[in-house]
Design a protein around this ligand. Structure first.
Ligand code: ADP
Ligand code: MG
Length: 399
């Protein structure tokens, strides 16, 4: 990974104007923010800059207003929550460029914080329009990107600004990049990846990339059924993408060539109906799944074998649950392997990085989210990184 500048590289910023790209795409209900995780993620960077005496202007998008002013998607709605979480007074500025922003900067004192309007109210944001980039940059001295979750988009405030202003990674961005570097960029081997979730089709590029990167690829969840079917297993009524068995075979061949061991479940938990603790629940060898049964989790003996494989590894990257974890007892395999990973991490023998909406929920459910080395909440950007793609927002910081 090429180097990028961090807040440690800033000189004296007293009275200087910082444009800080953060993630304020907050979950809301009836006009109230229901979860301030993303504000808390931005907090170290925002407070550090404010405490160093910068005038801190926060840039963020909210929803998909598609280049129009949509009053229900104004960032003015989140200012109260930002104030509460930061414990500081925060000004709202209903523009992102021009005289209104300039006047606001005139009012702000060193160390003050303002939230600018939803960047996606301007068409030039998603087009990365150089004119808009110039106009936003004109009011500022430097740019900080602290929104890894938006780094897979080459937009004006996620990428463009890094070309026209001195650009720095914020603390969250820095932590994310450092964790990802340890997980796949330059990992301690052996490396294991767990890829689970519903469908192969949503994670084809992830699987294709990982077979060339990791020593052990543990495939679970619904997508394992497609691989089992490719190996001639009758998966009954299980979720399975039969049209992708050829692709699954190609992935297994590529893994063979790359010396990557693929672990598929040889024992599974099945039932005839998808419900909590169904009467037809049983554990089965994969070769004995009945035509009217569904595979909903990895079996307990098979999970123990996965845990043993994990114990030989020094690095783990995890995306996707091993079973239909929202419904008991199909959370058992995910919970068991997550606990093993957490224990190994606590012992200091494993670097563990996980990401993905349902994966993060599953790790919280297992009670181990805080014991992993790093949990990414970045969604799309995390998956694109797992696909081995260059993220434009990151690349722009690295030049
Ligand atoms: P993430 O959001 O972490 O990327 P995914 O969205 O790819 O994960 O996958 C999560 C979903 O996969 C969950 O809703 C889970 O119930 C489902 N799933 C896992 N295993 C199975 C299975 N065997 N059959 C059906 N659905 C499954
Ligand atoms: Mg999901």
């Amino acid at each position: 990974m090429t180097a990028f500048k961090t807040l440690d590289d800033l000189g004296d910023v007293t009275g200087k104007v910082a444009l800080v790209r953060v993630d304020l795409n907050l979950p809301m209900q009836d006009g109230a923010v229901t979860d301030d995780t993303r504000i808390r993620a931005a907090m170290p960077t925002v407070l550090e800059l404010a405490d160093k005496g910068a005038k801190v202007l926060l840039l963020a998008h909210f929803g998909r207003p598609k280049g129009e002013r949509v009053s229900t998607q104004s960032l003015s709605m989140v200012v109260g929550a930002v104030q509460d979480t930061l414990g500081r007074e925060v000004m709202f500025v209903p523009e992102i460029a021009g005289d209104v922003v300039k006047q606001a900067i005139g009012i702000l004192r060193a160390g003050d914080i303002a939230v600018l309007e939803n960047t996606r109210f301007w068409k030039g944001e998603e087009k990365n329009d150089p004119e808009l980039v110039k106009a936003i940059a004109a009011n500022a001295d430097f740019y900080v990107n602290d929104a890894f979750s938006a780094a897979h988009r080459a937009h004006a405030t996620t990428e463009g600004l890094a070309h026209v202003l001195p650009a720095y990674a914020g603390r969250s961005m820095q932590a994310e990049l450092e964790a990802l570097e340890k997980a796949l960029g330059n990992p301690v081997r052996p490396v294991a990846a767990v890829v689970g979730g519903a469908k192969v089709s949503s994670k084809l590029d992830v699987l294709k990339h990982l077979v060339g990167q990791v020593d052990h690829l543990i495939i679970g969840g619904g997508m394992a059924n497609t691989f089992l079917a490719a190996r001639g297993v009758d998966v009954g009524k299980s979720l399975c993408e039969h049209d992708l068995t050829g692709t699954a075979e190609e992935i297994m061949e590529a893994a063979d060539k790359a010396n990557c061991t693929i672990h598929l479940p040889y024992e599974v938990v099945v039932s005839k109906e998808f419900a909590a603790n169904p009467p037809s629940l049983r554990t089965s060898n994969v070769h004995e799944v009945a035509a009217d049964e569904m595979i909903l989790d990895v079996g307990p003996t098979a999970v123990e074998a996965l845990a043993d494989a994990l114990k030989t590894c020094r690095t783990l990257v995890w995306n996707g649950p091993l079973g239909a974890f929202e419904t008991v007892p199909f959370d058992a395999a995910t919970v068991a392997l997550a606990k093993t990973a957490a224990a190994l991490t606590k012992e200091g023998v494993l670097v563990s990085v996980a990401g993905g909406g349902d994966t993060v929920a599953a790790l919280h459910h297992a009670g181990v989210a805080n014991d992993f080395s790093y949990i990414s909440t970045a969604g799309g950007a995390f998956l694109e990184w797992m696909e081995g793609r260059e993220l434009p927002g990151v690349a722009a910081l690295q030049r």
